[in-house]
Write a protein that binds this ligand. Structure first.
Ligand SMILES: C[S@@+](CC[C@H](N)C(=O)[O-])C[C@H]1O[C@@H](n2cnc3c(N)ncnc32)[C@H](O)[C@@H]1O
Length: 255
C-alpha cells in the first residue's frame, strides 16, 4: 500500500495489461485506409500472392480489414499472449478466417512459408539493437518463398522529434482506462513510453522502450544476399522516403 492507502500499480510486461485497452489507444487509427494502402502495395509488387504472415499483429485489427478486402490465407502472430487472446476474440466476432499464434519475431520458427510478410505500426521499433533487427530480418526471409515480399514500416527520429518529444494522453473503453506519457531521448534515439492502466482486476504500470532508426541505418542492416530493396516509401504514399519522413514503408523482395 502507498501512503494514501491505495495499492501500488503492479509492473507488467509490455502489452500484458495494455492489451485490454489497446483498441482504445489506437482509436485514432483508420485501419480500413491502412489495409487499402497495404493491399495496393501487395497488388503492385506481388499480385499473385495467396498467403500473408503478419508479425507483431497486435489485436489483429489490420488482419480483420485486410481479409475483408481480399481472401488470403492469413496467419497473424505477436509475442504477447494477451494481445493474441484479444486478436482471437476479434476474429471470432468478425468471422475472420485468420489463424492467430504467439510468436516472437526475433526468433521465428513457424512451419510454413508465405508470399507476403507484414510488420506494421512501429513493431520493428521495439528492436533495440542491430543484432535483433538482423535476427528478425533473417526470420522473415526464412518464412517467405523466393520472390516473396516483406512490407514493414518504421518510425524515424523525425517522427519522435516532431510529435512525441514530450507527449501525454489518456483514454478509456469498457475494459478500463489508460494514461500514457512519452519522452524521446535524442542522444540515444530511444523513445520511452509509460502506460498507467486501470482494469477491473487491478492497476498496472508498463514501460515500453522503442528505438527510432534513420533510413540509412536501417538500409545498412538489410543483407543483399537475402533481400532486394524494391522501395522505401514516405509513409502511406507512393513517394520515395526522404530524410524528413516520419514513417517509412519498406518493400523488400526475398532473393
Ligand atoms: C505498436 S503495436 C502494433 C500492433 C499492430 N501491428 C497494430 O498496428 O495495431 C506493436 C506490437 O509489436 C509486438 N511486438 C513487440 N516486440 C515483438 C517481438 N519481439 N515479437 C513479436 N511481436 C512483438 C507487441 O506485442 C505489439 O503487439
Amino acid at each position: 500500500m502507498i501512503e494514501d492507502g491505495s495499492a501500488r500499480p503492479a509492473d507488467a510486461e509490455p502489452y500484458a495489461a495494455l492489451a485490454s485497452v489497446y483498441d482504445a489507444v489506437m482509436e485514432h487509427v483508420d485501419y480500413v485506409h491502412w489495409a487499402e494502402y497495404i493491399l495496393s502495395l501487395i497488388r503492385t509488387y506481388r499480385p499473385d500472392a495467396r498467403d500473408v504472415l503478419e508479425l507483431g499483429c497486435g489485436t489483429g485489427s489490420l488482419a480483420v480489414e485486410l481479409t475483408t478486402l481480399a481472401s488470403y490465407r492469413y496467419m497473424a502472430t505477436d509475442a504477447s499472449p494477451a494481445m493474441i487472446e484479444v486478436a482471437r476474440r476479434k476474429m471470432t466476432i468478425h468471422g475472420a478466417r485468420v489463424q492467430c499464434q504467439v510468436a516472437d519475431f526475433r526468433d521465428l520458427t513457424l512451419e510454413d512459408q508465405f508470399d507476403i510478410a507484414l510488420l506494421l505500426y512501429d513493431g520493428i521499433n521495439y528492436l533495440l539493437s542491430e543484432t535483433e533487427i538482423r535476427r528478425m530480418l533473417s526470420g522473415a526471409r526464412r518464412h517467405l518463398r523466393r520472390g516473396g515480399i516483406f512490407i514493414f514500416d518504421q518510425s524515424t527520429p523525425a517522427n519522435s522529434l516532431n510529435n512525441v518529444e514530450s507527449f501525454a494522453d489518456s483514454g478509456e473503453s469498457e475494459e478500463g482506462f489508460f494514461a500514457r506519457k512519452s519522452r524521446f531521448d535524442e542522444e540515444t534515439n530511444l523513445h520511452h513510453t509509460t502506460f498507467d492502466i486501470s482494469l477491473r482486476n487491478g492497476e498496472f504500470h508498463e514501460h515500453h522502450v522503442q528505438r527510432a532508426y534513420a533510413v540509412d541505418e536501417m538500409c545498412a542492416l538489410i543483407g543483399p544476399a537475402d533481400w532486394d530493396v524494391i522501395a522505401t516509401l514516405d509513409g502511406f504514399s507512393r513517394e520515395p522516403a526522404t530524410g524528413s519522413s516520419e514513417r517509412v514503408h519498406w518493400i523488400l523482395e526475398a532473393v
